[in-house]
Design a protein around this ligand. Sequence first.
Ligand SMILES: Nc1ncnc2c1ncn2[C@@H]1O[C@H](COP(=O)(O)OP(=O)(O)OP(=O)(O)O)[C@@H](O)[C@H]1O
Ligand SMILES: [Mg+2]
Length: 589
Amino acid sequence: MDSDITYLGKIIRVDSSTVEVEVSEDIPSAAPIINGRLYKIGQIGTFVKIPIGNITTYGIVSSVSNTPGKPEDNQARQIFGSRYLSVQLVGEKIGDDDFEKGIGTYPTINDEVHLVVEKDLFDIYGEKNAGSIEIGKHSSSDNLSVYVDIHKLILRHCAILGSTGSGKSNTTVSILKSILTDYDGSRVILVDPHGEYSAAFPDSQVFKIGDKKNPLYIPFWLMNFDELAYFLVGASPKDDQKIDYRLLRELITKYKKENHKLKSGNVTPEFITADSPIPFSARKLWYEMNWWLNASFESTKKDEQKRKTKFETKKGDYEKLIGAEFTSHSTTANNLPPHVTQHKEYYSYEKKLLSRLRDSRFDFMFHSGDYKDEKSSKDLHDLLNDWIGSNSKLAILDLSGVPFEVLDITIGLITRFVYDSMFWGRNETYTGKNRPILLAYEEAHSYLNKNDNNSYSKSAVERVFKEGRKFGVGALVISQRPSEISETILAQIGTLIALRLTNTGDQSIVKSSAPDNLNSLIDLLPSLRIGEAVVVGESIKIPSRIRVKLNNPRPTSEDPKLVEAWSEKHVVSKGNYKSVVTKIREQKI
Ligand SMILES: Nc1ncnc2c1ncn2[C@@H]1O[C@H](COP(=O)(O)OP(=O)(O)OP(=O)(O)O)[C@@H](O)[C@H]1O
Ligand SMILES: [Mg+2]
């Protein structure tokens, strides 16, 4: 067999899943041509095979040297003139069975090692089948499609990581397109903080703040109480012991209980808490706080509970944010009983809530169109039907208009709401386990940051990564800074698609979180070309270096046209910047 044209050499050392190969000196060329293709011996990241009876074991070349053994042993055992390859074993093929990851029978000293030719690769990757999608072509061959197991890719979660400009968005488009084309019942929500994907998916449903046809609404009342307290009045659970925090909880619970008759179906009031996603009017909440703050009461010494207000002179209008008016407080007037006021505690909350309600940037949460409050025509089942129940398999949530300080809570709400709908709908025929969903998060490092302990989105997304599989929720994170991403998320990634990555901190994070222990392939990351990726993990048969094609239409990254802009001479005008300043003041584009 060593006359075989694919013959490389013999094993001289076996060390758990790494073997060392001495390349035969009789090989006529370091770059043999087999069936018209050129193969280079000893290329890092290429495959070799070790046939033992009817079992063929496959491995990846991880290092090449002209001295055998581990680097620390080299001085003692220097032999020159030969070539030595370190090979990491990855899987085996028994007879005509499919290739399987993992090693059952280990090779031993003097076993023959052969080059892997194109036909072997076709045998490994196999044909496309019902459970797979194509993610790209093998780097060594344009004819060789690389497939991944769609079930494992989605439900064991995945990540696309790479430096800026390495081709992450393009890879995301490729993968989503494969899914949407091959699977008629698939559904995907893509969280798109920069609004770049709608151009690449003309058939998708795009929801965007302020859009005439498909505006994005995230009703603020989807929040639980702690989130409401933070968002509406800037309070945190640390204030739990304070009277104002408790009063706020009581007020909100009261409103929610009042609104138990709902379009999606009535809810038993006893089951409603301050955390329930029940519509209520934030304007009414403000009006009531304002009322308690300004109202004056007759002081009755006997029974404080029976105080009556007699001093309201004019009703306000909560929709217009106009408070009620009262006669001025007087504790000294001779012919009137003394007045007292209650609930001074609301002072700071009332002011903060008023400024939130007046801030037009939050209109997508407060004036949420048909989802505004309890009187609105639509309820949450309509929102779910829009996002995940329509004919469009892909919903893009374009968050480019979301103010930075509420991006975190917005993504948290979206994730939790979709997750809850899958959890509570787990046994329905049309959702939950019976129709899984993929949630894709672009620019994940900016809101799933490992150092942010108060991140709502991070805790919601971590829950998807930890428990989503059981209820049919899979996740994909896309990021240029893996070292900033939550460790819980990285630890749960089943398939890693790593593009060029230059930062060493990021590389070591990828190395340590790569599902297969294949450092040799991960070491290639800084030298990958644009659009080239290393794919490792549960969904791929064998860790592979792939090429992703450039898609058309493409996502827009909308770089300003700097050269054209700077080439034109600037025309000075005193009127410039007026409208810019107004926009800064109104926070409205
Ligand atoms: N597979 C590919 N083949 C050829 N060119 C590519 C490929 N993928 C991406 N490019 C080129 O690289 C550019 C950047 O790609 P892309 O926007 O996908 O990168 P990115 O990693 O998402 O960057 P960012 O971190 O800035 O979002 C594209 O505009 C395209 O011109
Ligand atoms: Mg991108």
